[in-house]
Write a protein that binds this ligand. Structure first.
Ligand SMILES: Nc1ncnc2c1ncn2[C@@H]1O[C@H](COP(=O)(O)OP(=O)(O)OP(=O)(O)O)[C@@H](O)[C@H]1O
Length: 334
């Protein structure tokens, strides 16, 4: 039995011609972290709401631990036992302290358990020092951690997060996302999140789903989606790419690569090297610009009659002719 199985699910909002989610299928195992990425309007949030049982589907089925998720219309309180969503707007109780916010979902339990679980969650989410504060007296990151603690108090087995950290500055965000993934792993939970941040998705997920116009175009491990993208859009989503037609790479490198006429070759900017190793393809170009990117420089080169973008460790002056290299494994035929 799959932990979660989404089977051929479609959903169109009334008044919209195109479905928001169309014939979508995937499954996940217990303990996994799954991220959904894709352009704005591709249906990511709709999928999350369908899984959470918050909106009704038109076609298909969703099974959570073997049980079909019920339509929200058939339930007193929409939502599925065991699946909980951390909302973008956090939904904290503004006039209650951190401690009280966490304790609220636990009020039906006995006092001893309430106190123990609240202490545990304060610890897990690093909120002990702020227990007596009101939500408005917390920073953005602390508020996000409180929303997480409050949701964890409901003891979900599957957590859903929609753009959980979009409002935070990059430093707080990258720390928090690592914290959250550790909490999920340590507590033995499972997570589905929607994110715009490709680095977060690559770093934290067991599987990534790429959505486009309501369809799930690829569902694969971060390594596979990065190295074997099914489309140019997916390749471009995970970094700066160069797209060549079937003749160009052969022409520039002077080697026969057995590429079919219809195929395009994608080479990531980070796949190029400035030093040669055996078996690599050799290319040559004239530097048009160097841009400082922190750890690396982004170099624009004129190769034949086109521009190629690559990363290098050092700045290279404009007008300099350089040789650069790429491993054949880094040529992605699409
Ligand atoms: N409540 C609604 N009523 C009507 N149409 C909606 C509703 N919610 C979403 N849509 C439409 O459904 C499509 C998918 O929206 P959805 O919010 O799922 O996309 P998304 O990938 O999460 O986008 P974003 O990254 O911008 O949050 C869009 O075309 C959107 O305009």
């Amino acid at each position: 039995m799959k932990f979660l199985k989404v089977d051929k699910v479609s959903k169109a909002y009334s008044g919209n011609e195109k479905p928001a989610v169309s014939d979508l299928a995937f499954s996940m195992k217990r303990g996994e972290i799954v991220s959904f990425v894709g352009a704005s309007g591709s249906g990511k949030s709709t999928l999350l709401k369908l899984i959470g049982g918050l909106i009704s589907l038109d076609k298909g089925t969703i099974h959570f631990q073997g049980k079909e998720i019920e339509e929200p219309e058939n339930k007193l309180i929409p939502g599925e036992e065991g699946i909980k969503m951390v909302f973008q707007d956090l939904r904290l109780m503004p006039n209650h302290t951190v401690e009280e916010n966490i304790k609220y979902p636990l009020l039906l339990f006995d006092k001893g358990y309430q106190n123990d679980r609240t202490e545990e969650l304060l610890g897990v989410c690093h909120l002990q020092a702020f227990r007596k504060r009101l939500p408005r007296e917390l920073s953005g990151g602390q508020q996000q951690r409180l929303a997480l603690a409050k949701t964890l108090a409901e003891e979900p087995e599957l957590l859903l997060m929609d753009e959980p950290f979009s409002n935070l500055d990059p430093i707080v965000k990258s720390k928090l996302i690592v914290d959250v993934s550790e909490i999920i792993r340590n507590q033995g939970l499972s997570l589905i999140m929607v994110t715009h941040d490709t680095q977060d998705a690559l770093m934290l997920s067991d599987k990534i789903g790429f959505m486009s116009e309501g369809k799930l175009v690829q569902y694969a491990s971060p390594l596979n989606i990065y190295n074997k993208p099914k489309s140019i859009d997916i390749a471009a989503f995970f970094g700066t790419i160069n797209i060549f037609d079937s003749h160009e790479v052969q022409q520039f490198s002077g080697e026969n690569l057995e590429i079919a006429e219809y195929q395009r070759i994608v080479i990531r900017a980070e796949s190029f090297r400035t030093s040669f190793e055996s078996g690599m393809l050799k290319l040559e170009g004239v530097v048009q610009g160097s841009f400082f990117k922190g750890a690396k420089y982004l170099i624009r080169l004129k190769v034949g009659n086109r521009l190629v973008t690559m990363y290098a460790n050092e700045m290279i002056k404009n007008g300099v002719r350089i040789k650069f290299y790429v491993d054949r494994h880094n040529l992605v035929a699409i």
